[in-house]
Every structure is written in C-alpha cells, then in structure tokens.
Design a protein. Structure first.
Length: 257
C-alpha cells in the first residue's frame, strides 16, 4: 500500500521545536510521506530575546507551490505565513485544490509573543475559512479571528461557533493557562456539535506543540479518520509528545495565554 501524502506549507524553525521540522517528525510517526513548501526561515534573534522571521523569496515560494500542483495530496497543513503575499499565493493554491482536506494553524501569535503584522494577516486568514476543513487557533488567535474576548470555556464555545459560521468546517480552539491553570482545554466545534478535549498541563517544553497538533490532525485525516476522531487522537498524541519533549534552547515556554 502506498503511504498517504501530506503537504506542509510551513516555516523552518532552526531549533526544530516547531515549523516544518515538527510537521515532518509528526508525519513520520504516522507513516505519512511528507512534502514541504517553505514559507520562511525562523532563527533565534541576535540579541537572543526572541525569534527573527525571514520570509522566503516570493518567486521561489510561488515556484514551490507551482511544482506541487500535480501531486495528489491526502491533506494539506498550513502553518506560519510570514507575509500577505505568501498568504495570498497559499490561498490561491488551496483554491486550486478544493478536493483536498486543509488544516490551517493560523500562526498569528507565537508562544514567544512575536506579533506579526497581526490585523492585516487576521483579515487575510479569514478569507481562507471557506476553503478550510479544520482551523486550530490558540486563544489569542481565536480572539483576533472572531473579534471576541475569550475568558471562559463558554466564551470559547461561542467563538468556535462563530469561526465555524465564517466557513471553517471544523474549529478547534486551544485553550491556554489564562483559562485554566491546571488543564489544557481545547474546544471542538463543527457548526452543530461542540466537544471539549482536556489534558493536564505538563510543565515541560511545549515549543511547537501547535505545529505538532495540527500535523497530527492532518495525518489522521489523511489516514481516513473522521475530523472529530482525528482531533481526539491528536490531542493524546501532542500530550505524549510534550511529556517526552526535549529541554533545550534558550527559551522556557508557557502554554499560550
Ligand atoms: N504544557 C502543556 N501541557 C499539556 N498540553 C499542552 C501544553 N501546551 C500545549 N498543550 C496542548 O498542545 C496543543 C497545542 O496547543 P498550543 O501549544 O497552545 O498551541 P499554539 O502553539 O498554537 O499556541 C493543544 O492541544 C494544547 O492543549
Ligand atoms: C517556523 C515556525 N512555525 C510555527 C511556530 C509556532 O510554534 P508553536 O507551535 O509553538 O506555536 C514556530 C515557533 O517557533 C516556528 O518557528
């Protein structure tokens, strides 16, 4: 049997916690053949106070996507889009491939609080929603995309419904420690059904947890699982990944706020 094929449209994380390094590591755990179109290169900033994002040359990025037009992917996972131009080309790519499941991890807010040009990018990401199978914002990203303030699990439910209403077939909002200091609560919504997935918060390096979670969802969907089952299984997968994570690099991370 041939392996399912999943494309990551993602950045490179030089420390390999997140980005396409995390995507490929996850695909390999699921027996998925992983492809990558690189959106950007992320390095530790020279003063070591955070990260610097270097967008891919726009022509090079376009040529990567054009090269992939004839591959029959089983799913496409989208991560860090560092500029509006790169986001636009990505949107046009998924519009050309509407038969493929798309998992959008809207990387607007890093754990390291590196705010990209947030309001314009938020508006651009909203244009993706009608072409997206699952969107996986963290709490702050969900607030930006929905225009709501989220302080409780019931706010999270309303925001998830609002995002599903804007076109995403399935929404998973990843709750942070602002919501609950002890439990990592994620809220799933498909426009009708709403489900909460909860795990204890683990005090370990969770850099790249968002990338790993979205890639696991993409892998499960590519393997034929329903989206709800894919999310449930991926929540377990990322929990195990954090329990076994390496502690290295210069940053300690909180679960997103
Ligand atoms: N410290 C942690 N302990 C347990 N689960 C976590 C922890 N950090 C993140 N998660 C889980 O990992 C997944 C990714 O979430 P998160 O890291 O908050 O996303 P993002 O990287 O987009 O901010 C979610 O399912 C979240 O609940
Ligand atoms: C290229 C890239 N994409 C995405 C992320 C987001 O990572 P996380 O899953 O921790 O939000 C990072 C963070 O380092 C990154 O470098």
């Amino acid at each position: 049997m041939t392996m399912p094929k999943v494309l990551a449209i993602s950045g490179s994380d030089v420390l390999s916690g997140g980005g396409f390094q995390a995507d490929l590591a996850t695909y390999s755990q699921y027996g998925i053949y992983g492809f990558v179109a690189v959106t950007s290169i992320v390095t530790v900033a020279e003063n070591a106070s955070g990260f610097d994002i270097f967008p891919a040359d726009i022509e090079v990025f376009k040529r990567q996507l054009d090269s992939l037009d004839d591959v029959a992917f089983d799913a496409i996972k989208i991560g860090l889009l560092p500029s509006l131009e790169i986001a636009d080309l990505t949107l046009r790519f998924i519009q050309r491939h509407q038969d493929v499941s798309v998992i959008l991890d809207p990387v607007l807010v890093f754990k390291e609080n590196h705010d990209t040009e947030i309001s314009q990018m938020t508006a651009k990401l909203l244009e993706f929603l009608p072409f997206v199978t699952v969107i996986t914002p963290n709490l702050r990203e969900a607030e930006m995309l929905s225009g709501m303030t989220i302080t409780t699990v019931s706010d999270m439910k309303v925001a998830a419904k609002a995002l599903s209403g804007l076109g995403s077939q399935h929404t998973v909002i990843k709750g942070g420690s602002r919501l609950d200091k002890h439990f990592a609560r994620d809220l799933y919504d498909d426009g009708g059904l709403s489900r909460e997935f909860v795990k204890p918060i683990v005090a370990r390096n969770n850099n790249g947890a968002g990338c790993t979670f979205a890639s696991a969802i993409a892998s499960n969907i590519a393997r034929g699982k329903s989206v709800l089952t894919a999310v449930e299984q991926s929540k377990d997968f990322v929990y195990q990944a954090i329990l076994n994570s390496n502690e290295y690099g210069v940053f300690q991370h909180d679960i997103n706020t």
